[in-house]
Write a protein that binds this ligand. Structure first.
Ligand code: SAM
Length: 370
């Protein structure tokens, strides 16, 4: 009997919010690849839930976006001293086959293929692949190369906190993780999916969400997941982003986790660049207000937070910038012209050593009122 032909994978449409997620990835990796190449001989891009490589309308999926961002980067020639390993995983064999074919086509269109870019496609579950990879590193007592892991599952059952923790146990590891916020908020107290949620959070404390309603429940679930990424995965810096659709429905959250404030600042800059459309917006909750990421930021919540945080103190401009990068959704580029200058204009802050009003070179001291 001739071998049975596998049914071709059915590609799906790319909704606008997925396009926004891809813009974010493209923008961040465009900064991440050159920064990593400067200091490392080897870096790893791990696309843990790779998908079929393409959407129905022909738009590229995340693995192709990552490859394209590197190989077509204007500074790619200057990164020749670094080996880039693309580890791409997809559990569904039809999707994995399609993905491989897309990657082959991409390589064929980029000949001669650069010898410092290595691509490996795996057809396993995230848990199996990650566990065997880290077990192997542990056995050989080698460290994982600096890694950006994109963890983009569907639903809640494929990304146990314990496995994320193994992946994050390296100083130069960072992750962008999808979180099915609305599903968790809905089912946290139903008892129907407790086993999955136990794994997802690495604790059963999510059940206490059942005692809360509305915004308080939502915030509780958000804060617990963030706390677990902080405590169990030991990431010191985490920025979360809520993805909302045009009709005011929260679709999912993304958590960016890192050990390093440079990456944090770059990821937030990428987020602010993805301008909202009528179909979606990225948001965060900060200083009891909704911050909507947009090209022209509303720095009102940041002004208020700086007045509260530095109340009655005189601090250097660098301290202010460090605080903004580490503790708020804003970036270093939002501090001087967009926030401090108007605050000084409005008489809310002053400086004892400034040479020109509303200019904040290194060493400038800023006085915050009592
Ligand atoms: C949201 S899609 C990924 C989309 C892709 N990251 C992109 O942005 O183009 C999730 C993919 O994960 C795959 N998948 C589901 N369970 C998985 C698992 N346990 N491990 C790895 N991949 C899985 C699905 O087949 C699906 O193609």
């Amino acid at each position: 009997m001739p071998p049975r032909k596998r049914k071709p994978v059915e590609l799906w449409d790319r909704p606008p919010h997925t396009g926004a997620k891809h813009d974010l990835l493209r923008s961040y990796l465009g900064a991440w690849f050159p920064i990593m190449a400067k200091y490392n001989g080897r870096v790893l891009y791990y696309d843990a839930f790779g998908g079929p490589g393409k959407y129905r309308g022909g738009e590229p999926g995340s693995p192709l976006i990552a490859l394209q961002t590197l190989v077509e980067h204007s500074h790619f020639a200057s990164m020749s001293g670094t080996q880039f390993v693309f580890l791409i995983n997809e559990q569904d064999s039809g999707c994995a086959e399609h993905l491989e074919a897309e990657i082959e086509a991409f390589k064929a269109a980029h000949q001669p293929w650069p010898s410092n870019v290595v691509i490996q496609v795996n057809n396993e579950t995230f848990v199996d692949l990650t566990t065997s990879m880290i077990d192997d590193f542990d056995e050989r007592a080698v460290k994982m190369a600096p890694t950006f892991a994109f963890v983009d599952p569907v639903g809640v059952k494929e990304t146990p906190m314990a496995v994320l923790a193994r992946l994050s146990n390296y100083p130069k590891a960072e992750m962008l993780v999808y979180f099915a916020h609305e599903f968790v908020v809905r089912f946290c107290s139903s008892g129907e999916v407790d086993e999955r949620l136990d794994d997802l959070f690495g604790t059963d404390e999510y059940k206490a969400g059942g005692d809360l309603t509305g915004r308080r429940r939502s915030q509780f679930i958000h804060d617990l997941y963030k706390r677990q990424l902080h405590d169990v995965c030991e990431f010191p810096y985490i920025q979360s982003f809520e993805m909302w659709d045009g009709r005011g429905k929260r679709l999912y959250d993304l958590y960016y986790c890192t050990h390093d404030t440079t990456g944090l600042d770059r990821m937030k800059a990428a987020m602010w660049k993805v301008a909202p459309s009528g179909d979606f917006s990225f948001r965060d909750r900060f200083a009891d207000q909704d911050v909507i990421f947009a090209e022209t930021p509303d720095t009102g919540p940041l002004r208020q937070e700086l007045l509260d945080h530095f109340r009655g103190r005189t601090v250097t401009i660098q301290e202010v910038i460090d605080h903004v990068v580490a503790e708020t959704p804003y970036t270093s580029s939002h501090v001087k012209r967009l926030t401090l200058a108007p605050m000084q204009h409005d008489g809310l802050i002053s400086s004892p050593n400034q040479k020109r009003a509303r200019q904040f070179p290194d060493g400038t001291l800023i006085q915050f009122p009592d």
